[in-house]
Design a binder for this molecule. Structure first.
Ligand code: SAH
Length: 404
């Protein structure tokens, strides 16, 4: 079958129970449903055992799944109009963010399946848009997306990044529309300045999804405390902690680049970096050193990547996070706060909480879970796809007379 703009539609038969699942709104095309590899960007129709239409979507291989459902209406095809409507509706839903840009200049404008198109995210950075393409399939809709973006008011430039490999011939990361930004530039987040670049590697300088956590660090968890920010990257948490009255901050990251970027972020907020510690080192080494020296902290933030390599050693949240939490507990003062964070979709919130309780048990630390943060409201999620609700941030308070 040919449909709309020469996109082939492949019929994919599914079992009655699978059909039920997709009818209830499950958006991800499971790879097992495909008998063979099909061309990226083609369309698919899921069909139940009675031959009835269930759902339609596009084919796109990403780390999870083989494509995304776009509609459960047999008469609807993913055309320019669909992309336009969904993107403009997403922008409308972020009206509050557009209107308060003097306070916060950066937010997620379109969050994949949460806004009706899996595999595509759009981030707003003060007039500059960053498109992340998660598959070759979704990239085949590039012109429809760009056309819709031209209709948004206040767009100065549009950048793109690829979250899949290999990048297809003829495409490259960087500016695709409008004027270049002259990065790095300063962004505001709740009135705090953070340095951002959209044209240099996969990360942009800070993670907007931690906005509420940073604000809580400044407003509630830093006053009068010495702060250890582990996996500090550009020091965003340290800046908020210093502004929130921390008596000192230590930012530890393995990457050399973190030093200069962290200094820049302190300076951008009138904080003398000389008064803060910025350590370029493997966190496990630093924790051993801190243990030997008897250093203690009133707030420790652990925000590791899901997986990392350091020399010959590897770190994975699945196997190493609990041990890391335990080491942090040992350095935590009585009534101190430990914040642990993970964006790994493979680590559930409940599993992370058991890791934390296990670490507390193992180190004889008493205390309680104070608070849990999930994604902020601009990171809209699809209730039928809880895996997309990836961020978990647990805040633990050690009791006054806590042990060891
Ligand atoms: N917490 C940061 C984001 C962390 S990104 C923020 O809020 O912006 C993950 C960081 O972990 C990267 O900067 C990476 O360089 C660092 N990293 C990875 N393995 C590490 C290790 N073993 N020790 C210290 N830092 C590490």
């Amino acid at each position: 079958v040919m449909a709309d703009k020469n996109r082939t539609v492949h019929r994919i038969p599914v079992s009655a129970s699978m059909a039920g699942r997709y009818r209830k709104g499950y958006p991800l095309l499971e790879r097992e449903l495909l008998g063979r590899e099909l061309p990226q960007g083609d369309l698919f129709d899921l069909v139940d055992p009675q031959g009835h239409f269930v759902a339609r979507g596009y084919l796109g291989n990403q780390n999870r799944g083989a494509g995304w459902v776009l509609t459960r209406d047999a008469g609807t095809f993913p055309d320019r109009d669909m992309f336009r409507q969904r993107i403009l509706a997403a922008a409308e839903a972020r009206k509050r963010f557009f209107e308060s840009q003097d306070l916060t200049g950066c937010f997620r404008l379109f969050n994949g399946e949460g806004d009706g198109i899996g595999g595509l995210t759009l981030d707003w950075y003060g007039g500059f848009l960053l498109i992340s393409w998660y598959s070759e399939g979704i990239l085949s809709f590039q012109s429809a997306v760009l056309e819709a973006l031209k209709e948004l008011p206040g767009v100065r430039g549009v950048y793109q990044k690829f979250r899949f490999e290999p990048v297809p011939e003829g495409f490259r990361e960087g500016l695709v529309l409008g004027e270049p930004g002259g990065f790095p530039i300063l962004m505001k987040e709740n009135g705090v300045n953070l340095s951002v670049h959209l044209d240099d590697g996969p990360m942009t300088g800070f993670f907007p999804d931690q906005r509420d956590v940073r604000q809580a660090v400044r407003e509630r968890f830093s006053q009068g405390r010495r702060v250890l920010n582990a996996f500090s990257y550009t020091g965003a948490f340290s800046v908020f902690a210093a502004l929130g009255g921390a008596t000192g901050t230590v930012s530890v990251d393995l990457a050399r680049r973190s030093l200069e970027m962290t200094r820049t972020n302190f300076l951008a907020n009138g904080i003398d970096p000389q008064g803060q510690e910025i350590v370029v080192e493997d966190i496990f080494r630093y924790l051993r050193y801190a243990g030997k020296k008897g250093l203690r902290f009133g707030l420790i933030i652990l925000d590791p990547p899901s997986f990392a390599r350091s020399g010959k050693k590897t770190f994975s949240v699945q196997k190493d996070f609990s041990g890391l939490m335990g080491q942090a507990f040992k350095l935590l003062e009585p009534e101190g706060i430990l914040i642990v964070s993970s964006n790994s979709a493979r680590l559930s919130r409940s599993r992370m909480e058991s890791m934390l309780r296990q670490a507390a048990d193992d180190t004889g630390t008493s205390g309680s879970l104070l608070e849990v943060f999930r994604l902020p409201e601009d990171y809209r999620t699809d209730p039928a796809y809880p895996e997309g609700n990836y961020l978990k941030v647990l805040v633990w308070e050690k009791s006054r007379e806590a042990g060891k």
